[in-house]
Write a protein that binds this ligand. Structure first.
Ligand code: IMP
Length: 177
């Protein structure tokens, strides 16, 4: 069923069952691959809160989670936007870190953020994203755990917003163009 959010119409794209099945399979892999490693999950707010919550509930090995928010502002240098992490209170030196993203679009956010984490010398660093718009890639990167490859269309729901709205939906909808 199509729904209207603000001035746009969205139609169903990924059902809650499809999303939960993908999360189950990612969790199974992480539970196996991170046995004895006490991984530290770092979800990026706001978009990833629902994904991170459902994923973390399925993690059965000892693990920790610490949410962060990225603040983006225009730098004073010609290098463009500066992205800083707010709220990372857990020491990541020598830790096995898994960054949790809702969606990787151009890859810009991760291309700036990941080197900042690497600088703090984690023992390992992997990226887990629910969605990836491969065709929108400007900054190529490896996504180690991925839910779905999706077309280059705007999506909403399951944590993702359109102008602040729609994050509460338990499925993912695609803009009707
Ligand atoms: P990137 O830096 O271009 O990879 O963008 C990543 C961020 O853009 C995500 O964390 C989202 O907050 C936002 N974003 C990208 N595409 C969408 C979309 O289709 N719906 C909602 N948010 C999106």
């Amino acid at each position: 069923m199509a729904i209207t959010i603000l001035d746009k119409t969205f139609r169903p794209y990924l059902s809650k069952e499809q999303i939960q099945a993908a999360i189950e399979s990612i969790a199974n892999r992480i539970n196996t691959e991170y046995q004895g490693k006490n991984p530290l999950f770092i979800p990026i707010l706001n978009g990833s809160f629902m994904f991170a919550s459902d994923l973390f509930k399925r993690i059965t090995i000892p693990a920790e989670i610490s949410f962060i928010k990225l603040a983006s502002y225009k730098g004073t240098h010609s290098t463009g936007n500066v992205i800083t992490a707010i709220g990372l209170e857990t020491e990541i030196y020598q830790r096995h870190v898994i960054v949790i993203e809702d969606i990787v679009d151009t890859g810009k956010t991760m291309s700036v953020f990941l080197p900042q984490l690497t600088h703090q010398q984690p023992q390992s660093l992997k990226v887990c994203a629910l969605l990836h718009k491969k065709a929108a890639t400007i900054h190529p990167m490896q996504i180690d755990y991925l839910g779905f490859e999706i077309p280059n269309l705007f999506v909403v729901g399951y944590g993702l917003d359109y102008n602040g709205q729609g994050r509460n939906l338990d499925s993912i909808l695609q803009v009707d163009e």
